[in-house]
Design a binder for this molecule. Structure first.
Ligand code: GLN
Length: 537
């Protein structure tokens, strides 16, 4: 079968959940036995979101091949279990950079370089994944960030229009809009949807399928109205109501026949509806798990999206341990020696979050100390691990001035130091140690047990600093063991204190690889430890 292309655009407002809808379409097609991938095209000018503040753009997700990407790629991987790559995340900046680099090389031979056709051609090439040596894919789902009508998304729309023409029935356009409820009138309003579709039509794109985001149920009359005003079949108007969990969305989409509608548009026989048993088992287990377990998330960003993958990984592991994880955000900037007990005493476990820069790090160190001295299961991730190491150096080894050279370049006890290969790098953006690296686990350690006695694992990284190996012997002699080592560079990737119930720090980010059907072993082991310490009353 030729590869089919599904384009997902959004109208009216942002934050409608295009990423979840794209991931759900991927999941449903995969359940029918198709090979899929999902990619995100973002109209902003940054080359990648790596340099964006989480307040602007939420978490930066990292692919196994080391690309810093939009957090929607996390949803794609968690829903479908696919492994995305640098080809799955493209921005306007990247498109322009490729075209401008080509122009400087003289590849265009005296031609005037223009948005149409040069930029749009490059967008089309990326949408068709011409650089990616994929095995044969049945479906490529392309989500375009932003909202219809944004000036910056126009070239992407033009590329879709052209591809649609070129690919004929092998392309389908899904448009996601919003149907607001007006309280005073007690009515749901479809006008914004009509306008949004008109705008899309004005760009030469007729959507095949409309997904209407709504807080209230839309009846058939409403759907029919939208269908007839927008030139869309009734069966192609589906609604995306608020649901208790994002993981319910594929089920709701399947019930309304979204995947079947896509197949019909393309002209593929629809066949039986797949049962998706493992997915339903997960949802049932999740709904049964009502007993709460409180986990502190110690970080400096008080917004959900900044720690998206950690929250999801905790939730997956919670479900498979029959618990509902209640992640309690504890702002590290507000933690002091005096109030730490009050802030953390009710927690079954503590996660010390990743991050960059000085702000809030002393609070993370105090939280690490609290976890260690009160033997509360504590999980340090990346900067969190580094703070565990600094805390240990200060309070166990007695180096009161121990620090990371990121925070204090002059510290005599730089237990966390810049990696050798990073020292000559001056450019920001994509220059950290990024992507999956191999790690050898010390047999008999807590982590090796957590990973089911595996000896070698691969985990994703995003950092510039590392554990300073000059201190390894001293740490080990005093009880903090280096239990995961990169076999080629000898970098310490995991530390643990075996005398504690669960006190583990990872230089890598395990949260990037937990999926709905395969929760991450470290999060599983962490939640188990947290449960074991729960008050029995
Ligand atoms: N700032 C730290 C470093 O660069 C940790 C980065 C992170 O937590 N992702 O090493």
């Amino acid at each position: 079968m030729d590869t089919k292309y599904i384009f997902v655009t959004g109208g009216v407002v942002s934050s409608l959940g295009k990423g979840i809808i794209s991931a759900s379409i991927g999941k449903l097609l995969q359940a029918r036995g198709y090979k899929i991938t999902i990619q995100k095209f973002d109209p902003y000018i940054n080359i990648d979101p790596g340099t964006l503040n989480p307040y602007e753009h939420g978490e930066c997700y990292v692919t196994a091949d080391g690309m810093e990407t939009d957090l929607d790629l996390g949803h794609y991987e968690r829903f479908t279990g696919i492994r995305t790559s640098r080809h799955n995340s493209v921005t306007t900046g990247r498109i322009y950079k490729t075209v401008i680099d080509r122009e400087r090389r003289g590849d265009y031979l005296g031609k005037t370089i223009q948005v149409v056709p040069h930029i749009t051609d490059e967008i089309k090439r990326c949408m068709l994944r011409e650089d990616e040596k994929d095995e044969q894919l049945d479906f490529v789902i392309t989500e375009v960030g932003g909202t219809i009508g944004d000036i910056e998304s126009a070239p992407f729309m033009e590329a879709i229009r052209q591809l649609r023409w070129q690919l004929g029935r092998n392309a389908v356009c899904v448009h996601l809009t919003y149907v607001p409820y007006l309280k005073a009138a007690d009515e749901l309003k479809t006008k914004p949807t009509q306008h949004s579709v008109k705008e899309l039509q004005g760009m030469g794109i007729q959507p095949d399928i409309l997904v209407l985001r709504t807080e209230r149920h839309l009846d058939d009359a409403m759907r029919l109205k939208v269908a007839s005003f927008c030139n869309v079949d009734l069966e192609c108007v589906v609604q995306s109501e608020d649901l208790p969990s994002i993981y319910e969305v594929p089920v709701s989409m399947q019930r309304q026949g979204l995947d079947a509608a896509i197949l019909r548009k393309i002209g593929i026989p629809v066949g039986e509806t797949p049962a998706m048993k493992p997915w339903h088992d997960f949802l049932e287990r999740r709904n049964r798990a009502i007993k709460e377990i409180k986990i502190a998330l110690v970080g400096k960003y008080d917004l959900q999206d900044a720690y998206k993958s950690i929250l999801e990984s905790l939730a997956h592991a919670g479900t498979y341990n029959d618990r509902k994880v209640k992640a309690m955000f504890v702002n590290s900037e507000g933690i002091t020696e005096e109030n730490v007990a009050e802030q953390l005493q009710d927690m079954a476990g503590i996660v010390i979050c990743p991050g960059f820069g000085q702000r809030g790090i002393e609070g993370k160190i105090i939280a690490a100390e609290y976890g260690r001295t009160h033997d509360v299961p504590t999980f340090g991730i990346c900067l969190g691990m580094q703070m565990m190491v600094i805390e240990f150096a200060r309070n166990v080894l007695g180096y009161k001035d121990a620090n990371s050279s990121e925070m204090d370049a002059e510290t005599p006890h730089n237990v966390i130091d810049m990696m050798e290969e990073q020292k000559s790098i001056t450019q920001m953006g994509g220059t950290m140690r990024l992507g999956a690296y191999e790690c050898e686990l010390v047999q008999g350690s807590r982590v090796s047990e957590a990973y089911g006695n595996e000896t070698r694992i691969h985990e994703r990284h995003r950092h510039r600093y590392e554990f300073n190996n000059r201190y390894q012997e001293e740490f080990e002699a005093n009880g903090m063991k280096c239990v995961g080592i990169n076999p080629t560079s000898n970098l310490v990737e995991i530390v643990e204190i075996p005398d504690k119930r669960w006190y583990i720090g990872t230089q890598f980010h395990p949260e990037y690889s937990s999926t709905v059907l395969h929760p991450h072993p470290l999060f599983m082991s962490f939640i188990k430890a947290c449960i074991n310490g729960e008050p029995t009353a």
